[in-house]
Design a protein around this ligand. Structure first.
Ligand code: COI
Length: 357
């Protein structure tokens, strides 16, 4: 790929004090440069550039702004102790990217090209990757429809860009357990919809329920299926796993949940530890019953941003369930450690998941 490179003349201050203080948070700071590339029906992908981070310019009729033709990915680059930069299963993100493209009628991208663009921007701004434990350089590839037209149909032009953000833990709780509200009014996705695609509309539609849950003191909502409001699906920023009688149970990929890269990695790690893993429909009633009978051992979410996040409390209607005394459970802890140590290059990677930049 031919990339035009323009280095910033005004490097920004890095959030070193925040890194030191452990207050980086998630997605609050951005590195000096971004990768940008355009697409048009006649030229295909063209004009790849790494340039100083700046505002993107759109015509106010840009279709992405009106009809939400937009997709993104969630990835991270990890700094190893010997200062190498590692990506985690970037080809899985490239595949999911293209599945999102297909659902949203957007132009796909060659997987190699996608990963190459990621590598280039991470390498260019590698000094922005934080060093502290539990931090990473969050990568946000995104694509927006830019044709100026008010008709509802796929755009002819798109802008693809990657920005990077030195970040810490996603949740304010850090790696401590979060409280989750089981949403029984609003829904996130239905069969045949866009639930499996990483498109902004899925997140926009989740804000109202999340806001109401936050007002009640919860960090996130757990979505139930869109038809019966009976089966657990995902939490908008992570897939969910429940440990009942020692077995890890997670919702199947039936088109309504995001096929998480961390989800599949954690399932693999758990199976290789000899633990039972079931991918199946799990009703909220089954969870409540297991809780009442003392068989709900743990609940945790998995996601690139969330890594492995324990859930300490679930609220379903009037029923409050405090899980594992609101402490991180042993399976969540072990999976977190196993996963992260591969991601940051501390442990052997027998799976070939890690790709050096
Ligand atoms: C990620 O896990 O990286 C995501 O993209 C989730 C996000 C909405 C914070």
């Amino acid at each position: 790929m031919d990339i035009k490179i323009t280095r910033t003349q005004n490097p920004m201050a890095k959030p070193l004090a925040e890194e030191e203080a452990g207050t980086l948070g998630f997605g609050n700071y951005f590195s000096d440069h971004m990768f940008v590339m355009n697409y048009s029906l006649d030229k295909g992908w063209h004009d790849a550039e790494i340039k100083p981070l700046e505002d993107l310019r759109f015509h106010p009729a840009a279709m992405g702004l009106h009809y939400g033709q937009e997709i993104f990915e969630g990835m991270k680059a990890y700094r190893t102790k010997d200062d190498r930069m590692l990506l985690f299963r970037p080809y899985e993100n490239a595949k999911r990217w293209n599945n999102s493209c297909d659902r949203m009628c957007m132009p796909p991208m060659d997987e190699e090209m996608f990963v190459e663009a990621i590598r280039k921007i991470v390498d260019f701004d590698r000094d922005w990757a934080p060093h502290a434990e539990g931090t990473s350089l969050v990568l946000r590839p995104a694509m927006v429809a830019t044709t100026a037209n008010l008709g509802v149909h796929p755009s002819d032009e798109y802008v693809f860009f990657i920005i990077t953000s030195p970040s810490g833990a996603y949740y304010p709780e850090g790696i401590d357990p979060v409280s989750i509200y089981v949403e029984d009014e609003y829904i996130r996705a239905a069969m045949g919809g866009t639930g499996f695609a990483k498109t902004g509309g899925n997140y926009a539609g989740s804000l109202k329920a999340a806001k109401l849950a936050e007002e009640k003191g919860f960090t996130q909502v757990l979505w139930l299926d869109g038809i019966e409001k009976k089966y657990v699906e995902e939490v908008g920023s992570m897939n969910m796993m429940f440990v009942i009688d020692g077995t890890i149970i997670t919702a199947p990929l039936d088109g309504t949940i995001l096929p998480g890269v961390t989800r599949s990695s954690v399932m693999q790690l758990a199976k290789d530890k000899g633990w039972n893993v079931e991918e199946r429909k799990l009703s909220i009633d089954e969870i409540c019953k297991a809780y009442d009978e003392g068989r709900l051992d743990e609940a945790f979410g998995t996601g690139t941003a969330a890594v492995v996040s324990p859930v300490g409390k679930l609220q379903y209607k009037d029923k409050e369930m405090i899980i594992n005394d609101f402490k991180t459970g042993p399976k969540a802890k072990e999976l977190y450690d196993s996963l992260l140590s591969i991601q940051i290059g501390d442990a052997e990677d027998p799976y070939g998941w890690v790709v050096e930049v």
